[in-house]
Design a protein around this ligand. Structure first.
Ligand SMILES: [Zn+2]
Length: 283
């Protein structure tokens, strides 16, 4: 599932390409969207702004019309010059927003709707979102409150819960917990206040670091890194490294898949001791 930094970069790239430009054509395979386009045409409106809200991507048009999309597992936005060959087959196309200079194509986007500003303000999914790690004013106290309100959940599950904290997917979940030295199966009630603060600080810092300057691509996970290493194969601590030696202690990195969508969790047993295990005393 694309993570907050991917959506944020996609929104920023789309914003730079499309903002203030006039829509020349709109196309979609979704009847509910084309219905709106027939009734109140997109062509002739300007793109006012493109922004990310958690994992939702909002394209705002003049005349109080907003296209809300959610990429879920496999959706993506591409940006092309008019006439340029698409990198995905046409059957994957769900939405096309054309301007004279750029064409934005949404592929395999499962969730899309038009709303107005009032509808957006009372939108159930958006209203339920927890504090956005990439928002200009990330509300860490509120994130901490929402996290602690789920004492029976594991920290791995709660970090993916967008109603607690918006922006984290599988990659950052594993990386943040490794960096915070917290075992992914730890229940929230067993995590100290200090550790919660550490997790949230690392989460905010890592997502921000990963929306840096590299936004030539809209592809997910391109060049994401948490270790500080610029070497492409050394960018992540544990994610995608099952069986390979931990970069800190050399212990083999563990992997578990669970849930209907086969969520992947990577960790190091040695660097992230579980709460149920007592570590042998030294000496
Ligand atoms: Zn380790």
């Amino acid at each position: 599932m694309p993570e907050g930094d991917t959506i944020f970069r996609a929104a920023r790239t789309l914003h730079r390409a499309l903002a203030t430009r006039t829509v020349t054509a709109f196309e979609s395979v979704y009847p509910a969207l084309t219905r709106v386009d027939v009734d109140t045409p997109l062509a002739g409106r300007q793109v006012a702004a493109v922004q990310a809200r958690g994992k939702h991507l909002l394209i705002e048009f003049t005349g109080d019309l907003i296209l809300r999309t959610h990429m879920r597992m496999h959706g993506s936005w591409h940006l092309y010059r008019p006439g340029e060959r698409w990198q995905r087959p046409r059957r994957d196309m769900r939405i096309v927003v054309s301007t004279a200079a750029f064409v934005a194509v949404g592929f395999n986007i499962p969730e899309a709707e038009f709303v107005d500003a009032a509808g957006l303000a009372r939108h159930r999914q958006l209203a339920a979102l927890g504090p956005d790690l990439l928002a200009a004013a990330f509300d860490r106290a509120e994130a901490s409150r929402r996290l602690r309100a789920r004492p029976d959940d594991t920290i791995a599950d709660v970090l993916l819960n967008q109603r607690v904290l918006a922006g984290i997917g599988n990659v950052f979940k594993s990386e943040i917990l490794f960096m915070a030295r917290v075992h992914p199966r730890t229940r929230v009630r067993d995590i100290t206040a200090d550790a919660v603060e550490r997790i949230l600080a690392i989460a905010a810092q890592q997502l921000r670091a990963n929306v840096g300057a590299r936004d030539r691509t809209l592809a997910p996970a391109a060049g994401r890194r948490t270790t500080g290493s610029l070497h492409p194969s050394k960018g992540l601590w544990v994610y995608g490294r099952a069986g390979e030696p931990c970069r800190i202690c050399g212990t083999a990195v563990r992997l578990e898949k669970d849930g209907a969508d086969a969520r992947l969790t990577y960790w190091c047993d040695c660097c992230q001791p579980g709460v149920s295990r007592t570590r042998p005393a030294v000496g």
